[in-house]
Design a protein around this ligand. Structure first.
Ligand SMILES: O=C(O)CCC(=O)C(=O)O
Ligand SMILES: [Fe+2]
Length: 337
């Protein structure tokens, strides 16, 4: 396997060395390089009221008009991001694949789950762990558990901050999201994904089209390559995450709570141009499992009739027959037809 290390250059433009010259099937999965908004985390908490107001307005627009954005100037040290990605590059060593099979599906209450899909519909190896309210992680290779726990702790701080800022952009007190979702007791699942290079995949799809449940999804990656998001306007957009930035995607349950004002977005991973493997670390930050989530009364009026059923987060995760750790979207069951 071509080695990916955290020192590999990250590009904010299409990674030329990661794209083959063949343009086959380019049309089926082609996407535009349209702009994705950038939100400056530090300015959301600026002491300067004008700066803070402008940053919050930028966040509001990103949430309402896009539903996804790059988060820069956040509080996670670069070394924590780098060691997490390097840790999973080691974890996914092809020579140790048999050791990973112990985490294969054993039952609906798995706290750690590994799988390998190599088919026309999906090409990815992944490890999922339930990271909150209790933290679970493999203990090999040595150090991986500590690295992951540190990463998750740092990311939860950011998500708590986003909860406060998003509440403000919606016109509420800062603790609105925390109260509605009980994020302090929230159900977080991390998915570490390894996508093969095109030469070793069975098709072009890394992960098929889907949305993700929860408040927000945070994503970091080692190299650009293949993540595409469908915009409100029905246009596929390529994601090129700036070095050490975090991609934030709004989750289904923010859409439910806001009665469709802040929507989650369909996304997919296409591996047809990847010359090297790619790793992403994706965390679905969810409400507390027992929390009943329905559209807030403030978002429902004659012009905006209630468009979603209420259900507990746990019920919504199980509505499509999946296990909790699958964290499958069930928006199709929650949204009124
Ligand atoms: O790996 C990616 O870029 C996206 C993965 C994803 O959408 C997911 O794990 O839910
Ligand atoms: Fe996803």
């Amino acid at each position: 396997m071509a080695e990916i290390t955290s020192t590999q250059p990250k590009l904010n433009v299409p990674p030329v060395e990661n794209i083959t010259s063949s343009q086959h099937s380019a049309d089926l999965f082609s996407a535009s390089n349209d702009n994705i908004p950038t939100v400056d985390y530090s300015l959301l908490f600026s002491d300067n009221p004008v700066q803070r107001f402008l940053a919050l307005e930028n966040l509001r627009q990103a949430c309402q008009e896009y539903g996804f954005f790059y988060l820069v100037n956040h509080t996670i040290p670069d070394e924590v991001l780098d060691s997490t990605l390097k840790g999973f590059s080691d974890f996914f060593d092809p020579k140790t694949i048999d050791e990973r099979r112990v985490f294969g599906k054993s039952g609906p209450s798995d706290k750690i789950r590994w799988d390998l899909n190599s088919s026309a519909g999906e090409n990815r190896e992944y490890l999922k762990v339930i990271a909150h309210p209790q933290f679970h992680a493999p203990s090999n290779p040595s150090g991986i558990r500590k690295i992951l726990e540190e990463y998750h702790k740092e990311m939860r701080n950011i998500v708590a901050g986003l909860g406060r800022s998003v509440s403000t952009t919606l016109g509420f007190e800062e603790d609105y999201i925390e109260k509605e979702f009980n994020l302090k007791s929230g159900f977080d699942v991390m998915a570490m994904n390894l996508y093969p290079p095109n030469s070793r995949s069975k098709g072009e799809v890394g992960i098929p089209e889907h949305t993700d449940p929860g408040f927000v999804v945070t994503l970091v990656q080692d190299v650009d390559g293949g993540l595409q998001i469908l915009s409100h306007q029905g246009k596929w957009i390529n994601v090129y995450i700036p070095h050490h930035a975090i991609l934030i995607q709004l989750g289904d349950h923010l859409e439910v709570l806001t009665n469709g004002k802040y929507k989650s977005h369909i996304h997919r991973v296409i591996v047809n141009k990847n010359k090297v493997p790619r790793i992403s670390v994706v965390t679905l930050h969810g409400p507390q499992l027992a929390k009943f989530i329905s559209p807030g009364v403030e978002f429902v009026d004659e012009e905006h009739p209630q468009s979603y059923h209420g259900m507990t987060y746990k019920e919504s995760l199980e509505a499509n027959g999946g296990d909790e750790i699958d964290v499958q979207s069930s928006l199709d069951k929650i949204r009124f037809l």
